[in-house]
Design a protein around this ligand. Structure first.
Ligand SMILES: Nc1ncnc2c1ncn2[C@@H]1O[C@H](COP(=O)(O)OP(=O)(O)OP(=O)(O)O)[C@@H](O)[C@H]1O
Ligand SMILES: [Mg+2]
Length: 384
């Protein structure tokens, strides 16, 4: 996640919504560093030492070389770090800290900023890596991690639907390594475990006999990820069609509906449309357009999308399919997961795409089908 390791003296912000698992993640990291590297100081301003200890026991972390300190005072943290000189410091959370010389309340923008700057000096001065946890709320708090992104060296966000067990750790800034790395974890009773083959997990519960389901290949950082997109289009009863999305940009969906109406001739405008990304993912890449549009068309026309087909392509306003980056990587991942066919953008017969994919080492029974427009792609996709 951090592009090869933890840099001494770096200050790393881990943000996330309440209850998502920030304390769990960093307590697990603490346990590993304490076991393999050296003493770790975990400072909790939110929970008592007893509570942190209970969590550590549940996560099966032994206490050796792991020091807990329950405080909200910046001075006390400075003293403890100076005294212990640990290999790693965790501050949980930045919103609970206060510097005694400021009158503002903990969690206010001035306290949060000042405490972060002081922790930065501490980390840099002693060459100790330091993680700070910060809460983000859906509404976006004023003194939230966003206000700190420019101060710290690296920013990681832990996300995922609260009620699904998957969590994504996403790098959004890193002064010492690549960003846009994504780690996929699953939350168990014993803590967060790494998910080694996320695509397989996200597709494992697919109901293959249902309309409105398509599989798209999105890039998560440098890794292709196959995810199921579901759509439901039902005639609108009240003359005021609704459009609800989960994991897909709302405006992007409206655009796709307009293209389906105008360029493909589907009267989706008088339907309520729901679109959902399975597994609590949010798909931001335009390469998933084709899959989303096909899922909607599949539900609208009550035609199945073959379960062994993956869909890749950005859709333009003229209804054309536009090329996407890293095509070979995406197609190879689909083949690896047992898909047999893949629809990809290919203008003019797709000769260029075919030569691009020639070296991808695809299995012989894997078929790449090129389409130049959404209408053509839907002809191929919705045959059943
Ligand atoms: N016994 C358990 N079994 C499985 N999962 C658990 C268990 N106890 C807690 N969890 C998971 O851990 C999550 C809470 O983790 P954690 O306290 O690390 O989150 P946090 O982001 O630090 O929250 P906060 O904002 O309250 O500090 C819960 O939402 C739940 O998913
Ligand atoms: Mg916590």
């Amino acid at each position: 996640m951090l592009g090869g390791g933890l840099v001494a003296g770096s200050l790393i912000l881990v943000g996330g919504e309440p209850g998502i698992g920030k304390s769990t993640l960093l307590l697990q990291v603490s346990g590993i560093i304490a076991r393999d590297v050296g003493p770790v100081l975990y400072i909790s301003g939110e929970e008592s030492i007893e509570q942190v200890k209970m969590r550590a026991e549940r996560l099966d972390i032994t206490g050796e070389r792991l020091y807990l300190l329950a405080t909200t005072e910046l001075d006390a943290i400075g003293e403890a770090v100076q005294r212990l000189k640990p290999s790693l410091v965790i501050v949980d959370s930045i919103q609970t800290l206060s510097a005694s010389y400021l009158t503002a309340a903990p969690g206010s923008i001035s306290q949060v900023r000042e405490c972060t700057v002081q922790l930065m000096h501490l980390a840099k001065g002693l060459h100790i890596p330091l993680f700070i946890i910060g809460h983000v709320t859906k509404e976006g708090t004023v003194a939230g991690p966003k206000a700190l992104e420019h101060i710290v060296d690296a920013v990681l966000y832990l996300e995922g639907e609260r009620y699904h067990s998957y969590r994504l750790l996403r790098g959004v800034k890193n002064r010492f390594g690549a960003t846009h790395e994504v780690g996929v974890f699953e939350m168990h009773g014993e803590g967060l475990g790494e998910v080694l083959n996320p695509s397989a997990v996200f597709l494992s519960d697919r109901a293959t006999g249902a309309t409105g389901s398509a599989v798209v290949v999105s890039m998560d950082g440098t890794r292709p990820l196959l995810v199921e997109v579901q759509a439901l289009a039902t005639p609108s009863n009240f003359g005021n069609p609704r459009c609800t999305t989960n994991g897909i940009d709302h405006n992007r969906l409206l655009m796709l509906l307009a293209v389906l109406t105008k360029r493909v001739g589907l009267a989706v405008g008088n339907h309520d449309v729901y679109a959902n990304v399975v597994g609590g993912f949010s798909l931001e890449e335009p390469s998933v357009d084709l899959g989303v549009a096909a899922a909607i068309a599949s539900s609208y026309r009550e035609r199945l999308i073959a379960p062994d087909m993956a869909l890749i392509g950005e859709i333009g306003l003229s209804g054309e399919l536009r090329a996407v980056n890293r095509l070979a990587l995406r197609v190879r991942e689909a083949a690896k997961l047992g898909f047999k066919r893949c629809i990809v953008p290919g203008a003019g017969g797709g000769a260029k795409v075919r030569s691009e994919l020639a070296e991808a080492g695809l299995p012989d029974d894997f078929k790449v089908i090129t389409a130049s427009t959404l209408a053509v792609a839907l002809e191929i996709v919705l045959q059943h």
